[in-house]
Each structure stands twice: as structure tokens, then as C-alpha cells.
Design a protein around this ligand. Structure first.
Ligand SMILES: N[C@@H](CCC(=O)N[C@@H](CS)C(=O)NCC(=O)O)C(=O)O
Length: 221
């Protein structure tokens, strides 16, 4: 999977000196980092000025959120990811920097995509860029808590794989969601491990031939 380069979304250089300041300073109160760890890592769909691959500590990614819009339906909810508080956890994803007018545009868009359609809440996290882990960034993350109506919670990875294979929604098949996230984790390199994700991908690989022949499986995504 090709990571969108920041250049594809970076507006032309501004003549305003404050745009050249370090986002860690307060000189641009409009600067905001948004951390994506699910579909946002491959389809942010909002304009941003910069992006970093990296991780957050103290959270594990889990396919424990139901989705009746993007990757499922009311009758057959798909499974998408959320963050589980876990002292030993580490979740890899992408942080996107939005500045100036991009901030409100991104927040308005994500409020609909994540909160209204996905029941996610916002949470501040500390993001460690892969290249500069000694310079962490405060970022906004969208997290589906166990109290939200769509929360499905823990089941064996084999059951999650079965559900993913059977579901599709307005944004596409649930299998695409899983495989694009697995692709992203491959890009992050060997230091980025996600055993939960890997177990689901393995279970899907075992079951897929039983679901449909290869050419049909490839047509799913
Ligand atoms: N908040 C997580 C998960 C986001 C996520 O996957 N949300 C679903 C909403 S239920 C979504 O946007 N899906 C769009 C898609 O599946 O393409 C992230 O930062 O990536």
C-alpha cells in the first residue's frame, strides 16, 4: 500500500512567517496533530500539512468496535479498530499535522466520519514519531470506548476473522479494511508488531479458501 506523501496534501508554501515555526511552539495555536491507527492510516480524506509514522504507548489496537455504516450494516455489523488502554501496549499509526483552516475542516469532517457515524470519542495521546521518538507530540485520537452503543468487545480472533469475511458497508468490504491496515504495518518495519492484527490476518488466510475460490476472494477487496 502506498503511503500518501505529505507533499500530495501540503498546501503551497505560505508567505506567513508563523507557518514556518516549530509546531511544538505556541506561535501557531491553530496547529494540531491527529493520530490515525485504523482507516485513517490509509484514507485520511482531509487536507494536512505534514504526516509522521510512529506510535503511541499505553494503548493496544483491537478489532472490538462494531461498524454498521462504513464496513458493515445494521444486520451484519463489521469490525473496525479502537484503542484499548494497556500499560504495556504500543500502537503504530500515522500522525497528521493540520494547520490554519485545515484544523476546522479536518475536525468537522472527522466529527461526522468518526463520531456521528462511528461512535468514536476524542482523546489526547502522546505520539512518538518513528524518526524522532525523543521528540514526542501531543495528538488527538478518535477512540471507541466500551460505553458506546456500537462496541462489540473481545471475542477470539477466529470469530473476528469470520465476521470480517462476511461484512461489507458503504466504504467497502471489511476485508479491505483489515488488509490495508496489515499492509501499513508491513511498511512500518519489523519493530512494529501487532499480534492481534496478525492473528486475525492468519485466521482469514486459513478460512478464505473455505469461503470462496481465490479469484472471488480477490474481488472482495
Ligand atoms: N479512529 C481510528 C479508526 C477509524 C476508523 O476505522 N473509523 C471508521 C468508522 S467506524 C472509518 O472511518 N472507516 C472508514 C473506512 O472504513 O474506510 C483511526 O484513527 O483510524
Amino acid at each position: 500500500m502506498k503511503q500518501e506523501s505529505a507533499a500530495q496534501n501540503t498546501p503551497p508554501p505560505s508567505q506567513h512567517p508563523q507557518d514556518d515555526c516549530d509546531p511544538q511552539d505556541d506561535c501557531d495555536p491553530q496547529a494540531l496533530w491527529i493520530f490515525g491507527y485504523g482507516s485513517l492510516v490509509w484514507r485520511p480524506d482531509f487536507a494536512y500539512s505534514d504526516s509522521r509514522v510512529g506510535f503511541v504507548r499505553g494503548y493496544s489496537r483491537r478489532f472490538w468496535q462494531g461498524d454498521t455504516f462504513h464496513r458493515g450494516s445494521d444486520k451484519m455489523p463489521g469490525r473496525v479498530v479502537t484503542l484499548l488502554e494497556d500499560r504495556e501496549g504500543c500502537t503504530w499509526g500515522v500522525a497528521y499535522q493540520v494547520q490554519g483552516e485545515q484544523v476546522n475542516e479536518a475536525l468537522k469532517y472527522l466529527n461526522v466520519r468518526e463520531a456521528v457515524l462511528g461512535s468514536y470519542d476524542t482523546k489526547e495521546v502522546t505520539f512518538y514519531p518513528q524518526d524522532t521518538p525523543d521528540q514526542p507530540l501531543k495528538a488527538l485520537a478518535y477512540v471507541a470506548t466500551p460505553q458506546n452503543p456500537g462496541y462489540l468487545g473481545p471475542v477470539p480472533e477466529e470469530a473476528i476473522a469470520t465476521q470480517i469475511l462476511a461484512c461489507r458497508g458503504f466504504s467497502g468490504h471489511n476485508l479491505e479494511y483489515l488488509l490495508r491496515l496489515a499492509d501499513f504495518m508491513q511498511l512500518c518495519g519489523p519493530q512494529a508488531q501487532d499480534e492481534h492484527l496478525a492473528a486475525i490476518v492468519d485466521a482469514v488466510g486459513t478460512m478464505l479458501p473455505c469461503f470462496c475460490p481465490t479469484e472471488q476472494a480477490l474481488a472482495l477487496v
